[in-house]
Write a protein that binds this ligand. Structure first.
Ligand SMILES: Cc1ncc(COP(=O)(O)O)c(C=O)c1O
Length: 463
């Protein structure tokens, strides 16, 4: 074992592991090297207990914290609609299934039909046609997404960008103005800069922490304030309370792109947001084999957004609905594993002599760590870092890795890695990228759910 690994293993035993919004002392996993006994000295302390979950989550917890109570409080969904299920894990598996079931099938059938027979008494409003988002697979999935988000209604779309573009256009109305954070997903940035003005709208860039700048950029036609729960790829977290109070005061529609966290880690509607966006391509589907998006919020807003989606044509195909629905069933166990792997990996990187800096909201030195602790179940699976040395060294390191593929995207079971300067933020100017801290060497690591020991061994051989 290398020096960095030994040091990492030692540190893990004393690591402060964030879980369910509280700081918990966690122990390392036991591996085949016999490393892992170091939790024993903590287990002997009277204030700690060793907790093991059947799905593999285990660790040492302070006695004052009841693992189940805390997790259950965080994962209980406050749904405005009637549902027999209280918790996110159950909703992810069962909610909406009855709308697509047939012949007693336990698995969800795929209704691969572009149109449906009309009944003699059907009116225009009851026409069933797949582009209209009303096939059985859509109805089931829309219901499930609404319940997961704790929303009155939801609509699934053909991609995260379909959800983003249609939501922006629907909420902006006629000649609207939107406040956009400078730390923003590259696709949203490109849509705003390339199309909003062409379509008669306008936008202003704001810093997510500077309320004075928000005030300064308000216009009589400002209708929307757009944020990301964790910005891509700089991993900044807004002060949600301050943001929501501002939206309320100025009657702005509050929209949040929650892709980086998924409803498992954060449910913004419970805090009072109007609309929540997901790129379901990421954690919700989780297997890097579907492109999809969703929007959730009040029934009134979702009806407007659904109508617009139907007319722009960005509907999700029934087979993709089936795959997404199947992926969602394992959302909770996957995201839990992403959370654990990412925190452990961030701690490993933070100790490594070849690493210049690490950004992960679960680390105590992250500038918005307190916000992550307060609002999130976990900080999800994206860890950003820079290596010491030249860009050439970074490129050599990336191409030497055997497990993570160099590819854009995140949220899949397999680890992906890359340089956002060439991918998600490729459209920004060099100056804009540098202002956000996205240097050419800035690495975004979307950790999968592989065994952490294999990932560390791979990084060690590549460094
Ligand atoms: C934060 C965020 N929002 C939206 C999207 C767009 O999603 P999609 O690729 O499904 O259109 C992405 C894609 O990377 C993203 O990271």
């Amino acid at each position: 074992m290398s020096h960095a690994q030994t040091k990492y293993q030692k540190n893990r035993s004393d690591a402060i592991c964030k879980c369910a919004g509280r700081e918990l002392h966690s122990a390392e996993t036991t591996n085949h090297d016999g490393v892992g006994d170091s939790h024993k000295h903590l287990a002997d302390l009277p204030n700690y207990y060793w907790h093991t979950e059947p799905h593999g989550f285990f660790g040492l917890f302070e006695k004052s914290i009841d693992f189940h109570d805390t997790m259950n409080r965080m994962l209980r969904v406050k749904s405005p609609n009637k549902t027999p299920f209280n918790y996110l894990e159950t909703i992810a598996i069962h909610e909406g299934a009855e709308l697509a079931s047939a012949h007693g099938m336990v698995g969800t059938p795929i209704y691969q039909s572009s149109t449906f027979e009309m009944r003699p008494d059907d009116e225009l409003s009851s026409v069933r046609y797949t582009r209209l988002n009303n096939g059985p697979n859509h109805l089931a999935l829309n219901k499930k997404m609404a319940a997961l988000e704790g929303a009155e209604a939801a609509v699934v779309t053909a991609s995260g960008m379909a959800s983003i573009s249609v939501t922006l256009l629907a909420t902006l109305g006629k000649q609207g103005h939107v406040l956009l954070p400078t730390a923003l997903y590259g696709g949203t940035y490109a849509f705003a800069t390339e199309y909003l003005e062409q379509l008669g709208h306008s936008y202003s860039w704001i810093n997510i922490d500077d309320e004075k700048i928000w005030e300064k950029n308000l216009k009589p036609n400002t209708r929307v304030f757009w944020i990301e729960s964790v910005s891509n790829p700089t991993l900044q977290i807004p002060d949600f309370k301050k943001y929501l109070a501002f939206c309320k005061k100025h009657k702005l529609i509050s929209v949040i792109d929650n892709t980086f966290l998924s409803p498992y880690n954060f449910k913004p509607l419970e805090l009072g947001f109007d609309l929540v966006i997901q790129s379901c391509t990421k954690y919700l589907n989780g297997h890097s084999d579907v492109t999809a998006g969703s929007v959730a919020g009040s029934a009134q807003w979702i009806e407007k957004i659904k109508t617009m989606t139907n007319l722009f044509g960005g509907v999700l195909d029934p087979h993709a609905c089936f795959l997404l629905d199947r992926g969602i069933k394992t959302l909770s166990v996957r995201v839990r594993a992403h959370n654990e792997n990412a925190l452990a990996f961030a701690e490993y990187l933070a100790e490594h002599k070849d690493v210049e800096r690490v950004i992960y909201p679960g680390l105590q030195d992250h500038p918005h760590h307190e916000r992550a602790k307060k609002y999130f179940v976990g900080s999800s699976g994206v860890v950003c870092f820079e290596l010491k040395g030249s860009l050439k060294r970074t490129e050599k390191f990336l191409s030497s890795l055997k497990i993570p593929k160099i590819a854009p995207s995140l949220g899949g079971v397999e680890s992906l890695i890359g340089l956002p300067t060439n991918t998600s933020n490729g459209k920004l100017t060099s100056r804009e990228k540098l202002a956000l801290g996205i240097t050419p060497k800035f690495i975004r690591f979307a950790i999968g759910i592989e065994n952490i020991a294999d990932l560390i061994a791979d990084f060690e051989q590549a460094l």
